[in-house]
Design a protein around this ligand. Sequence first.
Ligand code: DGL
Length: 266
Amino acid sequence: MSEAPVGVFDSGVGGLSVLREIRARLPHEPLLYVADSGHVPYGEKTPEFIRERSQKIAEFLFEQGAKALVLACNTATAAAVADLRERYPQVPIVGMEPAVKPAAAATRSGVVGVLATTGTLKSAKFAALLDRFANDVRVVTQPCPGLVEQIEAGELATPRTRDLLRGWVEPLLAEGCDTLILGCTHYPFIRPLLRELVPESVSLVDTGAAVARHLQSLLDQHGLRAQGPAGSPRFWSSADPVQLQRVLPLLWGEALPAEALPGKSA
Ligand code: DGL
């Protein structure tokens, strides 16, 4: 059972930023990844829709033998992690949320900016996160509609991506933010571009590495750590798998095959 794979999913390719952290920290774990790119972006969908998709994808990953589940998506976590934990109480399930706690601890100006999807920013989970950790700082939120689509297309540094990003980041800097939270798993892929647009004194924080650490401790608690060696991850997409295959060298760092998510899950 401990040699079984860890199942990871996102609305699209964003979760690959988390998968990279998991592979770096837990190189012996076999990994499965589903990109729900046929339904991206989640950020503009209803919580009900996202719960239904998450449910189908979780079932698919369990059919493939997954011993644990990672929601490599802030938006899906806000909408669906409670429901999944209730349905599968025996399974270690890791979700993720914007890094408000570390950002609140790190800021010196006392103003923190959050770049995330509309769905995450509107969620009750995000409101609770602010309530809990952001009492002593001012938090300025910024939805980024259209950015996920640019990243899905592999447009990490094109003029259009740069223009979009500049339009969101400049008002945050004008508000005095010295810490920016990348509150969507797609956004670490445009970190180099973001770095060019903000002064060096501004910190950029995301939660990919923390998710990998949390997964490690849950696997340890359940006695589920694999001894390896693990092969390459298996990838599925609910859109055209050729599109996923095309961006894997850029976003995963290796050319690997991707399969179509079968039947009822797609
Ligand atoms: N990658 C996702 C997140 O972390 C959502 C992107 C989207 O589909 O809108 O929030």
